[in-house]
Design a protein around this ligand. Structure first.
Ligand code: SF4
Length: 852
């Protein structure tokens, strides 16, 4: 069966955002299946728009595809409309690149980033056609592995996963695929045993389970599984050929990891605790990656990623250099997490250039007492000073993240969040009258391997009550937007995060009752979770409640680096109101990591001490402002699209060309002003699904380049499916492309009854008028589009059956501009009685005024 044709012809025309499933993004890897021995699917259990930005997946994709004998493809959780189409047609979930069913892979690797993706893991396994539980799979099924933070407490997912990978993936992934390549023809048992022998990897199916005294059911792997750690980030592979999506993402930028780990010691933060000690990428390596990433992707923005990017030892130098490199390409750099100090504002100011969309800080708690409990020790005055500095530097909008439900929290602590925001707003408004603050209030969920792993989580009603306090306190302030995470999401997260094997039954039951994509609050189905809790008699109170310090924990057989004794001591210090210092600038706190990684801890401490001595003298980060020169040349390209690329929406099509122009390194002219836009225009907006060999794109250039050179450069920078055929210089003052369009010509291919279609063609051509309904301008208080009736007969220049070589009939349709209107292909398809989802349309000519 030709899966690709099936997906392109029958699946993608039926979904609302097909660009997520094309698999032909720039830098996507396609290999000849006959030349590879091992096929891998990297599976992200959430929507593409959230998953494509996951840096870990890009890293593993790049590493695996370096092996000539291995082909790694990708799959993301199907959106509800794709899932419905797959179910209706009894089609399995497929990989994006080759559209192959996941069942035909040798290995499927999930990343477990959040408990709210666990039902989607089950959904993807189920849609792939695999039995949900590992014990029900046979040698005919692919091996299912999982890694990421979720592997630190594997129990809730242990029955569904064949092998877990604990810790950093860069080194172990090569060992896993080499191992599977070696036992490719072996039995399933041999494969699992081979994987189980790799350090940091273990196969739950090979081990018994045991019931603990408190009723928990956990694995008994018979050994401690120690997390894998990459010692040197410079030696770890980082993707330069970052995948460049067509579809719009939630965070649409390339990421470069500059540091891994965090030693601030926030007691709620699992990410910081499980990645100690802090390891840095050298400034030279980052510079090279920034340069390569801009050149090889065409991205407009690169984010310098870490848990706290301002802590980078030479942050001023790094950000200044990266921003300079970005400005040279009319691009930007950003940092996802800003520290609460004025240096962070200075950095953000320097790298953001003229953009002032918003700054984000994470105070987490609003009273000094509670901030000491969570080990995030700063004064309110610090926050006010930072916000004032932001206002002075031109920002109007600041977002502040807080948590409710933290251990020892009282109503006074909750009310203090509102008071802090009010005071911050008042101080900000003294500098900028238009200042605004948005809160992001989440609920604390205790996570394994943190000092708060023994703490209790507040229940649903209590979350709502504390949220209501904040809503009431902030309501009178229109310049403060009260944003918060839904109580339902936190509840589901808390039911699983510290769960044992019983959580697996809960997850499976919720999935069978319809739960999936739980991370989207509008898709989270609490009805399904409620039924699952009842059906499995899940011990909700015990799962959310405080745990005795001496009770066994489901993840006791995992060694994440930090010792249980140190975590207990930190929990005691939290309750006693004691602060623990950051070990980068102070003495070692004996967290336990040094036992296995003494060299890494020593390197970290030496690096920060040495940098603290010489950064004092570093000057501020300064960047020259850019003055856009006048355009000197206008080049017109004839462009087109085929295959997967025909499913791009108009916005995706424009973005794809702009990124291709950036990769081609053509000196595209930009508008002046706060949000500089490239001066690129198109003749028409091709509808989703239509092929074209005759659209036009005008590009204004700030330096002269021969059109044939422009053509060659652009041809080399195009993703599969986009075409550029010719380039010619046109006068700078030529009329705009859209206003120059006088008509278009199309071929319409369809499986239909020829005499019937011929009859309809004659009827259309013989009619003096042909009325169709179109959306008019929005009217009324709700701005709903009015429906208007339009006579398109004058705009139909030609309509005729054409001889066709295939078994599909072919209609040639030509439209000309009359009274500012063209006839549309979807109107003609409807008038001819054709099924739009089974019709292929190709634009073969666009007529431009003055070029006929
Ligand atoms: S062992 Fe000491 S130096 Fe190493 S991460 Fe822990 S506290 Fe820091």
């Amino acid at each position: 069966m030709n899966w690709r044709s099936l997906v392109l012809d029958e699946i993608l025309p039926c979904v609302s955002k097909p660009a997520q499933y094309l698999g032909t993004e720039w830098n996507a890897v396609h290999k000849d299946t006959d030349s590879v021995e091992l096929r891998v699917c990297l599976a992200f259990p959430d929507l593409y728009e959230l998953g494509l930005g996951n840096l870990g997946l890009h890293v593993l994709y790049a590493i695996l595809n370096q092996f000539p004998w291995c082909w790694a493809e990708r799959a993301y959780a199907p959106a509800p409309d794709l899932e419905a189409v797959l179910r209706a047609r009894e089609m399995p979930l497929f990989t994006l690149e080759s559209k192959t069913p996941l069942l035909n892979m040798d290995l499927i690797g999930f990343t477990l980033q959040s408990e709210l993706t666990y039902t989607s893991v089950l959904n993807m396994i189920d849609r792939a056609g695999l039995p949900l539980r590992s014990e029900q799979r046979t040698h005919a099924h692919p091996i299912v592995i999982a890694g990421g933070p979720g592997a630190l407490n594997p129990e809730p997912m242990a029955p569904f996963i064949d092998a877990f990978v604990v810790g950093d993936g860069e080194e172990v992934i090569g060992e896993i695929v080499s191992c599977l390549r070696g036992v490719r023809r072996g039995t399933r048992q041999e494969k699992l045993e081979s994987l189980n022998a790799i350090a940091g990897v273990w196969a739950p199916a090979l081990h018994d389970v045991k019931r603990l005294a408190n009723g928990a059911i956990v694995s008994n792997p018979g050994r401690i599984i120690t997390r894998r750690t990459v010692s040197e980030l410079d030696a770890a592979p980082a993707p330069e050929s970052y995948l460049v999506p067509f579809a719009q993402l939630v965070h649409d930028r390339a990421g470069i990891e500059i540091m891994r780990g965090c030693a601030h010691g926030c007691r709620f933060c699992q990410a910081g605790m499980i990645s100690r000690p802090v390891r840095t990428r050298s400034i030279g390596a980052i510079e090279r990656l920034v340069d390569e990433t801009f050149r090889k992707t065409g991205y407009e923005e690169i984010s310098l990623l870490s848990l706290s990017s301002c802590d980078y030892p030479e942050a001023r130098t790094l950000f200044a250099q990266a921003a300079r490199r970005a400005h040279a390409d009319d691009a930007a750099v950003s940092a996802p997490s800003l520290r609460l100090d004025t240096f962070a504002v200075e950095l953000a100011d320097a790298i953001s250039g003229v953009r002032r969309s918003g700054l984000t800080f994470a105070p987490e708690a609003a009273t000094k007492r509670l901030r000491v409990v969570i080990n995030k020790n700063f004064d309110n005055e610090t926050l006010f000073t930072v916000i004032e500095e932001a206002m002075r530097r031109g920002w109007q909008h600041v977002k502040c993240y807080f948590m409710i439900g933290l251990p020892t929290e009282t109503d006074e602590d909750v009310e203090a969040i509102a008071a802090l925001c009010r005071e911050a707003l008042a101080r900000a408004k003294q500098i900028n009258r238009r200042a605004r603050i948005t809160t992001g209030v989440s609920t604390f969920v205790p996570k394994p391997f943190t000092p708060f792993q023994w703490a209790g989580q507040i229940g649903f009603d209590e979350i709502r009550r504390r949220q209501a306090i904040l809503a009431r306190e902030l309501k009178p302030y229109s310049a403060i937007k009260f944003g918060y995470h839904e109580a339902e999401s936190s509840l589901v997260e808390g039911l699983i995060s510290r769960g044992d094997r019983r959580a697996a039954d809960l997850i499976e039951s919720a999935f069978r009752h319809g739960a999936r994509l739980d991370s989207s609050s509008d898709l989270l189905d609490m009805n399904a979770w409620g039924k699952a809790i009842g059906e499995t008699q899940y011990p909700v109170d015990a799962m959310l409640g405080e745990r005795p310090l001496d009770a066994p924990l489901p993840w006791d057989y995992i060694d994440a680096g930090v010792s249980a004794d140190w975590l207990r001591a930190e929990w005691a210090r939290a309750l006693a109101g004691a602060v623990t210092s950051d070990c980068r600038w102070s003495a070692c706190n004996q967290c336990g990591v040094r036992e296995a990684l003494p060299g890494e801890c020593n390197t970290m401490q030496a690096r920060w001490r040495e940098t603290a001595e010489h950064t004092e003298n570093d000057g501020p980060v300064l960047l020259e402002s850019r003055n856009e020169p006048l355009a000197v040349q206008r080049v017109r390209f004839r462009v087109g699209r085929f295959d997967e690329a025909r499913f791009l929406s108009n916005l995706e099509w424009i973005a794809a060309w702009i990124r291709a122009l950036r990769r081609a390194r053509l000196p595209v002219s930009h508008s002046q002003g706060f949000h500089a836009h490239p001066k690129v225009t198109f003749s028409t907006a091709p509808p989703v699904g239509e092929e074209s060999e005759a659209d036009y794109m005008d590009v204004l250039l700030r330096d002269r380049i021969a059109p044939e050179q422009c053509l060659a450069r652009l041809q080399a920078a195009l993703p599969q499916g986009l075409c550029v055929y010719e380039a010619a210089e046109v006068p700078l003052a030529a009329p705009s492309l859209m206003s120059a369009v006088t008509g278009c010509e199309y071929l319409i291919f369809a499986s239909a009854d020829a005499p019937e279609v011929l009859g309809r063609i004659r009827s259309i051509l013989e009619s003096p008028n042909v009325s169709v309904e179109r959306k008019g301008r929005p009217t009324g208080p709700r701005r709903s589009p009015a429906s208007i009736t339009v006579d398109i007969r004058p705009a139909i220049a030609a309509l005729a059956l054409e001889p066709s070589e295939s078994d599909r009939l072919c209609v040639r349709f030509s439209t000309c501009l009359v009274a500012g209107r063209l006839a549309k292909t979807r109107e003609i398809v409807h008038l001819l009685g054709l099924d739009p989802q089974k019709t292929r349309v190709r634009k073969i000519a666009t007529r431009l005024r003055g070029c006929e």
